[in-house]
Design a protein around this ligand. Structure first.
Ligand code: BT5
Length: 323
């Protein structure tokens, strides 16, 4: 019994649908429909049933499901090919495997849990079941590999704007790949690429958004937060994912995947790193300065005490006052 298909029919009807009609459309028995309705209820759907009228969906589940994301999704490319899985090692890994097999641009993979969620440089991303959003999107851009450095800042800007609109929270970007609230991390972004010398085969951008997690492991509790901890509210992950995908698509298409002056202005306004003292490493030296902005290549512009500008493109930057 395909419960996602059953949910799709109930969503698109918006009214009571008889058990008979559902059984016919799904090509299963009425008994199987009844079981499917039970499974959807177990997953958090509120479904009314009335004798002689059938079943009607009253509210969508909190847990991630393909049909529930699709019901709110209003994009042209991102998530048109959407796959929601139960448990994966990492949505980035799943999508890279699919990318190597030729899946189309815009393919999006989300999961209810990750057993090996990845951060940058071999670090771990905590990914407990059903608490948060874990998803990745694949792009097949026509630009050269060197221009891929725009993807993480554009994704960061889009996610930050989407979360501000969706929740009203004062979310900020911590360069290069975090969204924070106050001094704590709400979102992490990991972009990976498969490319030849002058051609990008595909880019996979993975995004983890802490939604409903109330407790974090001790080693990150001081620096991690969630929408629940910040607002006291439970946000619907299906609707949130649809809203974030929409904003990502808008940002990617309006910018032409370039960090032009409009993007850099908006990024600068929302970037918590800009205007702060930062410290970074060059070779064996630790260097300090004030972050003054981000350049067209996505590098952080840091002004040193002698007034000179330094571009920081990778590695760890410590920002004073934030974790
Ligand atoms: C990141 O790395 O912030 C990138 C995280 C990307 C996660 C998404 S989830 C979907 C997709 N699939 C994946 O496997 N990954 C992507 P980095 O800047 O290296 O930060 C990692 C550090 O953040 C860890 O070392 C911890 O200190 C901290 N951390 C781990 N889990 C966290 C969480 N859930 N919330 C906040 N901080 C966390």
């Amino acid at each position: 019994m395909d419960t996602d298909k059953l949910l799709e029919i109930l969503i698109s009807s918006g009214d009571y649908v008889s058990g008979q009609a559902l059984a016919q459309q799904l090509g299963v028995s009425r008994q199987a429909v009844w079981k499917g309705v039970g499974a959807l209820r177990d997953n958090g759907c509120e479904i009314a049933s009335v004798t002689n009228r059938g079943y009607m969906l009253k509210s969508l589940p909190q847990t991630l499901s393909e049909a529930a994301v699709r019901a709110s999704l209003n994009t042209g490319l991102l998530g048109k090919n959407l796959i929601v899985l139960d448990s994966v090692d990492s949505t980035n890994n799943v999508l890279k495997r699919m990318g190597a097999e030729g899946c189309p641009s815009g393919t999006t993979v989300a999961a209810r849990e990750q057993t090996c969620g990845k951060g940058r440089l071999g670090r771990k991303w905590e990914s407990t079941r059903d608490d948060n959003l874990y998803f990745s999107l694949l792009l097949r851009p026509t630009f050269a590999p060197a221009e891929a450095s725009a993807v993480t800042p554009l994704a960061g800007l889009a996610v930050c704007k989407a979360l501000r609109e969706f929740t009203g929270l004062d979310c900020r970007i911590k360069w290069p790949n975090d969204i924070i609230v106050g001094k704590k991390k709400l979102v992490g972004i990991l972009t990976e690429m498969s490319a030849e010398f002058d051609r990008v085969e595909y880019i996979v951008t993975g995004i983890g958004i802490n939604v409903d997690q109330a407790l974090f492991p001790e080693n990150i509790a001081y620096k991690a937060t969630s929408l629940l901890l910040e607002t006291g509210r439970h946000y619907n992950k299906n609707k949130l994912l649809a809203a974030v995908l929409k904003k990502l698509e808008e940002e990617f298409s309006e910018s032409g995947m370039k960090l032009d002056s409009r993007v850099l202005d908006e990024y600068g306004d929302l970037c918590a790193t800009v205007g702060r003292s930062v410290t970074f490493t060059r070779g064996t030296r630790r260097i300090s300065g004030i972050a003054v902005g981000v350049d067209r290549g996505g590098s952080l512009k840091v002004m040193l005490s002698d007034g000179s500008l330094c571009l920081v493109s990778a590695g760890e930057v410590t920002v004073q006052g934030i974790y």
